[in-house]
Design a protein. Structure first.
Length: 516
């Protein structure tokens, strides 16, 4: 009996040891698989596409490797992760392809909510490419699944996405309808509707209803404050400041820009702080307080340069150039205008050089004006000397003829010098006018030549117009004002022309125009 217990004990120990070894091997195997997958994703992050075919080939290899490592149930999850990574690299068509693959796998495994989430991702891609009807159709299909499964959070997000689509195509009434539908869905988060409230405020601003916009901005602010979401609090404060600035309530705008800046700075959000400071400087410029405009921008330039925040930095340089020009400090105005063009790379042939030369001529003319003023003072001084000389002449008649002759000869020479200086100024002014005429003629010819070249990219007339304005250094808001369309329409045209020109941003688009 004693031996039977001993044998049983030995068997139990052996079984336990086997199970323990088996578990440890499984953990080690899973860890190795995780490292392999991470390496595959790192290679995808660092991959620079040489062509569409090479990218497709590379992705096919990544997909095959992951398929060999993970189980079928986990494969759609990783396909979705590949789609998101490609989206972050602006490879939107490939991203859509992987979202679609993940959708099919989730659908086949009856995971409806996960499948619907992939549809939402595809809808975003369609929206980026301006395929708004398809985006709406896909969002509605996803929404039906979310509603069936009572996924209120996803329903809320989808309603909001539908609102964004309609806002983009300037159907503001329909946009408001979906934003309010999103807002009416209650979820567990205090800030769940804050982004809807903010979007509603934006639409009311577009409908020229600033008071209604301000009401919803403040509601969004209250919601974010309830959750201590400082990042979004600062953003909404900045939006409220812009709202007040557009209504010419400058004192209130200053207050909100100041609050926004304080929060951004306290939370070490340098990018947000710089944007808020830029709006403050724009407000000072609007009120013709050029000294404060310059001081704010000069204090922020070093920070913007340290984080290479070139989008805002270029606006700093341009606004500084304008402020110095208003102060008639053409030397500094030329300096920052050159830095602006150097940074933005938005040079179209010699247009920027003409503008810089124009400012330099202004500077030279101002120097000539100073010289003329000095000559006038000298002439005044000479007249006083004449009076003194006349007194001496009256006392010393013997020297009258000689002194008068010398005096009139001297004055004649001075008048000739003054006349010569005036003629030189007139010549400079004439050169400036001629330069303007040449500039206009060159611009028309250059734009026509460039339009002919751009035809092969199949740009629409409006996209071509937006591209030229980008090349001239205008911001999206300024372009929207110039061509009488909404800001989102400009953004849509910008995205489309980026695709057609095969560029990723405004800088590359302008650089490509220069090469063309």
């Amino acid at each position: 009996m004693k031996y039977q217990y001993l044998i049983l004990y030995i068997l139990l120990i052996s079984l336990f040891s086997c199970n323990k070894t088996e578990i440890e091997n499984k953990i080690i195997h899973e860890k190795k698989d995780s490292i392999k997958i991470q390496k595959l994703f790192d290679s995808l992050k660092n991959y620079n596409a040489e062509s569409t075919d090479s990218t497709a080939y590379f992705l096919k290899g990544i997909e095959k490797e992951i398929g060999n490592i993970v189980s079928d149930s986990l494969l759609p999850f990783y396909l979705n992760e590949i789609g998101k990574l490609l989206y972050s690299k602006s490879e939107f068509r490939f991203s859509e392809e992987y979202f679609l693959k993940a959708f099919e796998l989730y659908k086949n495994s009856d995971k409806e909510i996960e499948a619907a989430q992939q549809l939402s991702n595809i809808g975003v891609i369609k929206e980026i490419y301006g395929e708004y009807d398809q985006a709406v159709e896909i969002y509605l299909k996803a929404l039906k699944i979310f509603q069936k499964n009572n996924d209120e959070k996803s329903c809320k997000l989808t309603f909001n996405n539908l609102g964004i689509v309609y806002e983009t195509i300037e159907n503001n009434e329909k946009a408001l309808e979906y934003y309010f539908k999103a807002l009416n869905i209650k979820d567990n988060s205090e800030t769940g509707g804050a982004y809807c409230l903010n979007n509603i405020g934006v639409v009311f601003d577009k409908l020229n209803k600033p008071d209604s916009a301000l009401l919803y901005y403040k509601k969004a602010l209250s919601a974010y404050e309830a959750e201590n979401d400082f990042g979004n609090i600062a953003t909404v404060l900045n939006n409220i400041g812009l709202n007040y600035m557009n209504k010419n309530k400058n004192d209130s705008a200053f207050i909100y820009f100041s609050k926004s800046s304080e929060i951004f700075e306290a939370n070490y959000n340098t990018a947000g702080l710089l944007k808020s400071k830029l709006h403050t400087a724009e407000l000072y410029f609007k009120t013709k307080d050029y000294e404060n405009t310059i001081n704010i921008l000069l204090n922020c330039i070093e920070k913007a340069e340290s984080i290479e925040f070139n989008e805002v930095l270029s606006e700093f340089y341009y606004l500084l150039s304008q402020a110095y020009e208003e102060k008639k400090d053409y030397k500094h105005s030329v300096h920052y205008l050159k830095k602006y063009y150097s940074l933005s790379k938005s040079v179209i042939l010699n247009n920027n050089e003409n503008e810089i030369n124009h400012l330099e001529l202004k500077y030279q003319v101002r120097e000539k004006d100073n010289k003329i003023s000095l000559l006038k003072l000298r002439n005044t001084s000479q007249k006083n000397q004449i009076l003194i000389q006349f007194l001496f002449i009256s006392l010393l008649m013997i020297f009258l003829t000689f002194i008068l002759f010398g005096f009139f000869q001297y004055r004649k020479n001075k008048e000739r010098e003054t006349e010569r200086m005036q003629n030189e100024i007139y010549r400079f002014l004439k050169e400036i006018n001629e330069m303007k005429d040449v500039k206009k003629t060159d611009e028309l010819k250059q734009k026509q030549d460039l339009k002919n070249i751009l035809k092969k990219y199949d740009l629409t007339e409006r996209e071509t117009e937006v591209l030229f304005l980008i090349g001239e250094g205008y911001k999206n808001a300024e372009i929207a004002e110039k061509i009488f369309v909404s800001l989102n329409t400009v953004k849509s045209h910008t995205k489309n022309l980026f695709l057609k020109l095969d560029v990723r941003n405004r800088v590359e688009a302008a650089r490509k125009m220069k090469i063309l």
